[in-house]
Design a protein around this ligand. Sequence first.
Ligand code: PMP
Length: 299
Amino acid sequence: MATQPFDDRPGVIWYDGQFVPWKEAKLHVLSHGLHYASSVFEGERAYGGVVFKLDEHTRRLHESARLLGFEIPYSADAINKASAELLSRHKMLDAYVRPIAWRGSEMMGVAAQHNKIHLAIACWEWPSYFDPAQRLKGIRLELARYRRPDPATAPSKSKASGLYMICTISKHEAERNGYADALMLDWRSRVAEATGANVFFVKDGELHTPTPDCFLDGITRRTVIELAKRRGYKLNERAIMPEEMTGFSECFLTGTAAEVTPVSEIGPYHFAPGEITRHLMEDYTAAVQPKAHAMAASA
Ligand code: PMP
């Protein structure tokens, strides 16, 4: 795929309180964040120049860092202002926004108690492709080899870079086998989530989604639950075993990047994206528009 590499683009990156030229936003190879994965990040999406649920993302970023034992030295307010200014400097309307915080280079061992905490925020164009007819065909997922870890094994509620190692391996394997993504089970062999999105199912007109007790309770997931309730759909948040997928009629993923993405296949299980998925895609499209978002915030 020939896209412009991410270290060589025009524009600026917000880096430790300053806007620096994109190509100069560098860190040293001896950074704790790189060697020991002591870094946390967010994936945000701007629609019409406004980041959807920005404050929730920023709070999750702070919480992710806290779970890794460090504190980001910028308030939520300062971070929110920085990303808004970044978008307006780039004159970007539909964009992806990526804040990342990491431990620096003062100590280079497992212990890094006094390392400086850095924060950078970048953004790039990301048009929204709402072509419901095409999307309703659904994507195909493979069952992943790796499982979401027990919360006693890893800080599973943190959006920490280290937790993505098994996601990248699983997604690469799925792509090699001709699938779009992989569905991960959890450490108890229950259905968990995709490599970068949560999962929902439909059965007899009701929604079913796994309880997020060892993976991210996505911001999109919570939004879609709200939208489903407004539609009057019954939502069952519970433990789901993989064999149950035989009896589900529809399936979709939710995530900042995925939005609401219909799924047609997970390994041996087949689904037919239908009315409930379509309604929630439409409702989500409406909810992320800046006007709808502003209305919800002031309600
Ligand atoms: N799970 C994983 C592993 C993810 O990377 C994401 C994307 N951040 C999600 C779920 C969905 O979260 P959100 O809706 O907050 O983007």
